[in-house]
Write a protein that binds this ligand. Structure first.
Ligand code: SF4
Length: 369
């Protein structure tokens, strides 16, 4: 076991069982060895610069009812909102001002014509006003014609989390109306439509095993993804998915550790993809959660640049951080915390995943990323 991370860092392949063994690690010294090996791979393949994605949570209205989510359709306890086009543009302007290379427009899933037109208009206006700002969408499953329209308007990347690659687990955390195969097809459609494609999973779900998570890593590899966004599952008090036993600090700490282990194994196996240090890491360890994610192999952070007014209404899970911090404070804090771990923030660059550039045969040098 002890030489597994080193062997993987040197390019040796890992079997499914070996990945599962690394993901399941608990002993601190062994975990540190895993993170160091993953960090060496990260440094070699994608460098030690952190890319920022300014997150704009533009709406919390959702047609879906995922069992773990705080903004699910049936949650009547939250106020629903949609930012105006002007508010979205203002947030994009802030991201541009702070040197973020790109923004992420994230909202509940809606496929009605009004919502599709609205996103197209928002993307077009951001792209028109800030042509050098990369635009990522996270707007759920859509028809490929919609993906194409949004791409033509100026979007370059799309995040669509599978949440788990286990079909059985998928149906335990989603209502029957969600279709695992439709989600798979949507990921393929995004690729066909020419996006840089990202997906990810929740880590530490009730009933999920280390082998399930290892299969998730295989899934990422087989789908040839460019970006991975995954984080520990955090129970949401208004959502039906709950653990059979009460939440404890020990359980949360274990999910945090699993989150870091997954980042490290994904980095060891996929090497040149972009991996986000998810906000859920920060929620579980406010002081240094995201930084530990970077040290385990992540290279992207997605700070919120939306207006603080609506942030309480966008609580996908409990304890979401930065609910009352404005974008400027978050940016300054990030500068400081990233510098503390010996990395730097890449400003005014889109941070295109090296994997995407490689697979489209546009091979970059590290300074071009
Ligand atoms: S996870 Fe996404 S699609 Fe599911 S209810 Fe929440 S916002 Fe909607």
């Amino acid at each position: 076991m002890t030489d597994l991370p080193v062997r993987a860092a040197e390019g040796g392949p890992l079997s499914l069982e070996e990945m599962a063994a690394l993901i399941a690690l608990e002993e601190e010294k062994a975990c540190q060895q895993l993170y160091q090996a993953a960090y060496a791979v990260k440094s070699r393949y994608v460098g030690r610069q952190v890319y920022l994605r300014g997150l704009i949570e533009y709406a919390n209205i959702c047609a879906r009812n995922c069992l773990y989510c705080g903004i699910r359709r049936d949650n009547r306890k939250i106020r629903r909102f949609t930012l105006s086009l002007e508010e979205i543009l203002q947030a994009a302007g802030l991201a541009h001002l702070y040197g973020y290379g790109s923004v992420v427009l994230q909202g509940g899933e809606r496929s009605d014509a009004g919502a599709v037109d609205f996103i197209e208009e928002a993307v077009g206006r951001i792209h028109g006003q800030y042509p050098d700002l990369g635009i990522t969408l996270s707007c759920g499953e859509q028809d490929i014609s919609v993906y194409r329209r949004w791409k033509a308007a100026g979007a370059a990347r799309y995040l669509l989390r599978i949440e788990t690659s286990s079909r059985e687990l998928f149906y335990r955390i989603h209502p029957a109306e969600n279709d695992f195969d439709a989600r798979l097809q949507a990921l393929k459609d995004l690729r066909t439509a020419g996006y840089q494609v990202g997906s990810g999973v929740m880590i530490g779900l009730p009933g999920q095993t280390a082998l399930d998570l290892a299969r998730d890593v295989m899934f990422f590899r087989d789908m040839d993804l460019d970006m991975i966004g995954m984080g520990p599952w955090i129970p949401q008090h208004d959502a039906p998915l709950a653990d059979e036993t009460p939440e404890t600090p020990e359980k949360a700490a274990r999910r945090f550790q699993l989150g870091l282990n997954m980042i490290a194994v994904v980095r060891l196996v996929l090497k040149d993809v972009n991996i986000a240090a998810a906000t859920a890491l920060q929620a579980l360890r406010p002081a240094d959660g995201r930084e530990l994610g970077l040290l385990a192999g992540a290279n992207v952070i997605m700070p919120n640049v939306g207006d603080v007014v609506h942030r309480e209404d966008y609580q996908l899970y409990d304890g979401k951080p930065d609910l009352d911090e404005n974008a400027e404070n978050i940016r300054q804090a990030l500068n400081d915390s990233v510098a503390r771990i010996g990395e730097s923030i890449a400003t005014f660059v889109p941070g295109t995943p090296r994997h995407y550039l490689e697979r489209t045969e546009n091979r970059p040098s590290l300074s071009e990323l």
